[in-house]
Design a binder for this molecule. Sequence first.
Ligand code: AHR
Length: 339
Amino acid sequence: MKGKYTTGQTGARSARLRLAALAIILVLMASAAAGCSGEKEESKPQRLILGFSQLGSESAWRIGNTRDIEDKADLYGIGLMLENANQKQENQIDAIRRFIAYKVDVIAFSPIVEEGWDNVLLEAKKAGIPVILVDRDISTETEGLTSCLIGADFYKEGVMAAEYLIRKADSLEKDHVKIVEITGTEDSTPMMQRQAGFMDTLLADERMEVLESVNGDFLKSRGAECMRYLLETYGSEIDVVYSHNDEMTLGALPEIEAAGYVPGKDIIIISIDGGQEAIDVLKSGRINCVVECTPMLGSELMNTAIKLKNGEEVEKVIHPAETYFSDEQDLSAITERSY
Ligand code: AHR
């Protein structure tokens, strides 16, 4: 028993020693590890996390816009949390709330409509997270809920479309021009601004008459439906189709042809966006004018997010440079589009 006890005593002591040694090793390893990670955190700035709520994927424009934002986030080394709202405002609001809960550094979103954002943006403000509007604008009761807007000047796009039409009417020596308009999503900035810019410019010219404006929701299928309705209602009276995006234009063209008219000749076609497919159709003569709206907003978005994270001032409104392409120009000069 004694021997066993002694042996037990010795065993217990050496076990205690082994445990103490192990504890020291673990403490040393832990502090070495802490030292290492501490060193890394000091030398390498934390990756910026950007939460972006895209409104949907209704058009080639939108798909190109999403792709560009993903590509540029990669390029700038920014962690992108991307959510697609599938055309529903409530999905965008939920996504913004998730970004707040996740404590992202910056929130960006492309609002489907202008109204209804006050509450969620007040929550973002309370959380101290800056918000960037991408592509479309909003209207809020409280001032200063967003840092800036990066997107096209939609009003100017409408003006460019109308100015083209006035020149076209001059060249065709027309004294009465009857127009139908296929608009984008109700209550969205591009819908309202493209209409306002077009009408303000056009209706100063007495030759112009707008027969009807119908809502095509920026969708190809709706563009076709709208065109069918307009042709059934106004038939050969229609001189011009002004469509708020390429997608709806591309939906409308086969309907015009099926009704026996030649788009680009019997009916003047004016579109907005300038995606590759519409440019090809413009070159073939079935569209007369395409006003450009670039979806390539990724670089501006990443640069602005970095500035906001660093507490720097940013410009309130950033409009990319845009132009128009028409049958008045040498179209061979147009470079390949990426959307
Ligand atoms: O907000 C931009 C518009 O939205 C584009 O013109 C259209 O194609 C898109 O769906």
